[in-house]
Design a protein around this ligand. Sequence first.
Ligand SMILES: Nc1nc2c(ncn2[C@@H]2O[C@H](COP(=O)(O)OP(=O)(O)OP(=O)(O)O)[C@@H](O)[C@H]2O)c(=O)[nH]1
Ligand SMILES: [Mg+2]
Length: 354
Amino acid sequence: MSSREERVGNPFFGVAPPPKPASLIDRAFKAAFTPKSLGKIPDPVVRARARERARIVAFRDVVWNTLRSSVRSFPPLNSVHPFYRELADVVFGVDRLRHCLGALEWAAKVTRKVAAAEVRNLYRAEDFPRLESVRKRAMARMVSIVRRVSEEIGCVREAAARLRKLPSIDPQTPTVVLAGPPNTGKSTLVRRISTGRPEVAEYPFTTKGILLGHASLRGVGRVQVMDTPGLLDRPLHERNEIELQAIVALKWLADVILFVSDPSETCGYRIEQQIGLLREIASQFGESPIIVVLNKADLGGLFERGAREFTNACRDLCFPHLRVSAERGEGIEELLEVVRREFQGGRRRAGGSP
Ligand SMILES: Nc1nc2c(ncn2[C@@H]2O[C@H](COP(=O)(O)OP(=O)(O)OP(=O)(O)O)[C@@H](O)[C@H]2O)c(=O)[nH]1
Ligand SMILES: [Mg+2]
């Protein structure tokens, strides 16, 4: 995906992490002690005052500009699409982020006030030692303000690092979300049907975040194909941060849900657990069409036994279901045909626009 596309989709793509407190302080000192031209000032005390003033102002400017531009680089959280807001909440915590950005804004403003007050004090100082001591005190106060918010600076740095990496999604583009228990072959299927290249491995919870690919469906056009982390059969309030990313994608983006099951149980989860999860997803996200993929059909007898049980459950729930081998590429054309029909049926998610 090009960087332009990333910018378009992810509202956090352009956020600027502030530097570490020590490095911010270092930069401020460097700027303060870079010699500046003061023009012609014959009186030595007036000249010294102008020099100390320029140092305080340069120090202040680095702290103010750096903190403010980092805060400003974050989009207003109320204005981002609810999908991204909820995702940011799951991967970082929106309240925590708001608190930390507020602390940086506070530090920037207080730095300005302190600098202004100490510049006024310079005009009351009449000799070299006093001028120097005012400048030193001004810098010490500004350093202590930066140190006071060092935890929050660390928090904004962490938020920026995590949120910048979120995938670029266009909530208006038709989207297929793959979901299911861990290790059933979701990522293998995403690789098979789209440009997405998620990691595949023989252990559960390989996929730890949502990941996007694209595909082109005849008669529908370009669609987004989203891989999600595996879900366990358990209530929402017990779900961890990794699982909740899948839930947010299902809630806000899924026009069609592909529930990927593994009737062979080689994934490590029993048929009843998988059917339990299917029922849970159907009850929470039943407004979107659900297609049940019976994956690993290449595993013969191991697959067949479970597939019969799963097929009965799908009939009860009136869900279309297909036998597929994502690994061997069998049953994929038929699956895409069913997906295409669901899109052409015209049911789109209710939560698509903010
Ligand atoms: N025999 C067989 N194995 C498959 C098939 N599809 C996937 N696998 C294997 O199943 C294992 C899990 O595959 P993944 O694609 O990583 O499964 P996942 O659902 O994305 O797993 P998580 O990200 O951990 O939830 C890997 O060892 C795959 O090679 C298939 O059609 N047949
Ligand atoms: Mg995976």
